[in-house]
Design a binder for this molecule. Structure first.
Ligand code: HEM
Length: 135
């Protein structure tokens, strides 16, 4: 992926993570998006979950940056975990996940613009495409 898109993403991620509400708000929006999503997280430790999601957002960016290596290098574990033999997360839930994330960025990043949202979408779609291909 081009360096400009990654830079716009990186800078927005820093601004979002500076807001303490960022990942709480993301899970608030995502869990409200469907009763099935809410049910899947009914036993979740959200302190751990938010720590792990922070790391995975960076892994998604590395996968988008290093397209030559292929996303598996960074995302293999998430693919195993979320696929049909694991959490069994189908494509429709990734739509809700991405929409929830973009809504959260819109609310959280004080410098959000359409360009910022496009950068998030493009970076996330590399990893989402890979996770879906491994379902
Ligand atoms: C590309 C999008 C996604 C990313 C980057 C992502 C990332 C993660 C991460 C980092 C974890 C925790 C791994 C760990 O415990 O170390 C996790 C767990 C989980 N994810 Fe995802 N996820 C994504 C999409 C989804 C979607 C669409 C769903 C749909 C409901 C989902 C449901 C879950 C559930 C249920 C868990 C386990 C929670 C628990 O341990 O209680 N994820 N995900």
């Amino acid at each position: 992926m081009d360096a400009d898109t990654l830079k716009v993403f990186d800078q927005s991620l820093v601004r979002c993570q500076a807001q303490e509400s960022f990942l709480d708000r993301f899970y608030e929006i995502f869990l409200a998006s469907s009763p099935i999503v809410k049910a899947k997280f009914s036993n979740t430790d959200f302190v751990h979950q938010k720590r792990a999601l922070r790391m995975s957002l960076h892994a998604m960016a590395l996968a988008a940056e290093d397209e030559a290596a292929g996303p598996a290098k960074y995302l293999e574990g998430y693919a195993e975990q979320h696929g049909s033999r694991g959490l069994n997360i189908g494509a429709e839930y990734y739509d809700l996940w991405l929409d929830s994330l973009l809504q959260t960025v819109r609310e959280t990043d004080p410098e959000c613009t359409p360009e910022v949202l496009t950068a998030w979408e493009r970076v996330m779609m590399v990893g989402i495409g890979y996770l879906l291909s491994r379902y």
